[in-house]
Ligand binder design. Sequence first.
Ligand SMILES: [Mg+2]
Length: 302
Amino acid sequence: MQVDRAWDELATAEGIARRATWDISGKILGDDAAVVPDPGAALTICADALVQGIHFDLGYWTPAQIGAKAVTVNVSDLAAMAAQPLWVLSTIAAPKHFDVDRLLEGLEARAASYGARLIGGDLTRSETVVISVTAIGTQLLPPLRRSGALPGDAVFVTGPLGLASAALARLSAAMPIDERTRLALLDPNARLDEGFAASRAGARAAIDISDGFALDLHRLANASEVGFEITNLPVAEGATTQDALGGGEDFELLFTAPDPSRVAEEFAKLGIKPPLMIGTVLADREHRTLAGEALDPIGYRH
Ligand SMILES: [Mg+2]
């Protein structure tokens, strides 16, 4: 059994290290812990877990997609801070028949696409699949916090919303689904360049949309002690307004910035799609509206 052999090879932290884990000088690691060089700037660190039955269903997710998404959800948090990912650690719990090797392949390939490397982790037996990733980045640009928005800032989102939620609704009801919609849920990418461009453009606050636009916008507004007026909600083709408002998992960035022309300039410099300007930050923290109607903090609370 190939999977069993893979398990035996991987069934120690050292095994994960031996598989494909290198420090940045190219030396393979096989010690009890990874030793990494000081990158010369502040470190930005986050962790997030994906749990079978809560975040993914083995009926339509491949192990490689689960590994890739576990990296993406973390890198999305670093992107919201304008941090450059450097290293990831991964702890995996899985049943013996589960193809951990494929999961790690997906994880490493996606980490590499963001400029990061797997430097360690652990593997343990479990009845269901759980993967927890810690991502470590370096803060070469000013960090974007949730708390920095000021009245008068324009509110931006990096892309239309709701497609991941539309995909989940279709997959869980076994309805037909096109590839673009399916991959919005199963294989999303973090908006790393968008976070860098926003920071360079003088953005004052940011958050990634992981739990739903309305909920994440309220989180940013709460942290900044401000209100907002959203004039136009960008709904992805194939999604409903409800998907876009509360669906989550889009991993677009939501940010505020005082100078829209600087934002357009910095996004153009990186050759990425310009973000959509969707509203304004207000001083009155009680005023939180979408198209003139009160907007509740709807979203996915896990
Ligand atoms: Mg986040």
